[in-house]
Design a protein around this ligand. Structure first.
Ligand code: FES
Ligand SMILES: [Fe+2]
Length: 397
């Protein structure tokens, strides 16, 4: 159980909220880069409760600015891009990628150009994604996680269905080892059927524990009766590295979340493929009868591990009511995540750097032990006959 105050603290993401301030300390993937192109040079995005427009100007620079024009609030989705930025279609105010107003037709107005700026955030085009940093200056570097920056492997994105729930429910699931053997029992049976659908494969697990990694991640670690182990870190605050995949949960607003999964497959001989940083892009099939609706107006199609997870996250409610829950021994990873996240929020409130935040652009590559994650998948794959690769890859969560 969590107090309503702490539930608010952990789940609200908008500007001015403490939880939103924590999330704004990190870079987030907010859109496929290819969706902003010559034919369609603007795209509306809502991120952390802010309505924004990504655009690509005719000098091939990406910008991320407030959707509402600073003149009289028309949407910049309809702006015309030019060499120097984007021009509002209503009266032609021209803004550059940094949010400066550089022209104000129909008449020149130096005072406005000097004094008015629109909200603009730094972006990077990396791995086929636009990444945004929406926090305070100085702009930090992206964190050098192995899955993002190692050159000795190939990558693939899987773009999941939008999650109609608060981001923190997905993160709590990442620290919840017990659900794997119950919720996902159809996909992890290794050809066997569970003795009871209630227990699933719970009895395959000897124990699990949780700890904080040297780079500030939170680990959940399982030991199986047959001696196998798995360990999946949460790369703080909103990435689960599980096997070959890193699952990014990027809040759209308090009750909607983007979910992108990046696979990294190391080469066996350490060679560096040419397309290492040019991932293939794939999309998850719909997982609801009506994907536009939420529970109970639509029904989930539980055809995959991720669909089962998403069903659990969404049916907890747009923001789970944590006053009505009854936590037990297996929820201690969830408790650790809540405590740890609250501590990081308080650090940001005191003006300190939260865990996982990097200031040095030349910081060393962070080894999340992705090779071990890939080995676990290969071991599992030999037992998971009849499952698709995506199911196998997802089955360790
Ligand atoms: S509303 Fe954009 S220029 Fe007037
Ligand atoms: Fe799961």
């Amino acid at each position: 159980m969590l107090s309503p105050e702490d539930n608010e603290l952990l789940t609200r993401v908008g500007p001015g909220t403490p939880g939103g301030a924590l999330l704004r300390m990190y870079w987030h993937p907010i859109s496929l880069s290819r969706e902003i192109n010559k034919e369609s040079p603007t795209k509306f995005v809502r991120v952390l409760g802010e309505d924004l427009v990504i655009f690509k100007d005719k000098s091939d620079r990406f910008g991320l600015i407030a959707d509402k024009c600073p003149h009289r609030n028309a949407s910049l989705v309809y702006g015309r891009v030019e060499e120097r930025g984007i021009s509002c279609v209503y009266h032609g105010w021209l803004m550059d990628c940094d949010g400066n107003i550089i022209e104000t037709p129909p008449e020149r107005n130096d005072a406005i150009m000097k004094n008015v700026k629109t909200t603009a955030y730094p972006v990077q085009d990396y791995l086929g994604m636009i990444w945004a940093y929406m926090g305070p200056l100085p702009v930090p570097p992206m964190v050098n996680y192995d899955t993002l920056f190692r050159a000795d492997g190939t990558r693939k994105w899987l773009i999941h269905n939008e999650l109609h729930a608060n981001w923190f429910q997905a993160m709590e699931n990442s620290m919840d080892p017990a659900h794997l053997q119950v919720l996902h029992q159809e996909f992890i049976g290794r050809g066997k059927t569970a003795i009871s659908s209630t227990r699933g494969f719970t009895d395959d697990v000897e124990s699990f524990d949780f700890y904080i990694t040297p780079y500030g991640g939170l680990m959940k670690h399982r030991v199986y009766v047959n001696g196998m182990e798995d360990a999946h870190p949460v790369l703080f605050p909103n990435i689960l590295r599980q096997g070959a995949s890193s699952q990014f949960r990027v809040p759209i607003d308090d009750t909607h979340t983007m979910h992108h999964r990046l696979f990294f497959y190391p080469t066996e001989d350490g060679s560096e493929p040419e397309d290492s940083f040019d991932p293939e892009i794939t999309f998850e099939a719909p997982i609801k009868e009506d994907p536009t609706k939420s529970h109970p107006e639509t029904k989930f199609i539980l055809h995959s591990v991720n669909a089962q997870d998403q069903m659990a996250w969404e049916t907890q409610g747009p923001i789970a009511n944590r006053q009505s829950e009854h936590l037990s021994y297996s929820d201690r990873g969830v408790v650790l995540l809540r405590r740890h996240t609250k501590e990081q929020i308080e650090r940001v409130q005191r003006g300190e750097d939260p865990i996982g935040y990097q200031r040095d652009p030349n910081h060393a590559l962070i080894d999340t032990n992705v090779d071990e994650g890939v080995r676990q998948i290969v071991m599992s794959r030999t037992h998971l006959e009849g499952s698709s690769r995506a199911e196998i890859e997802a089955a360790g969560g």
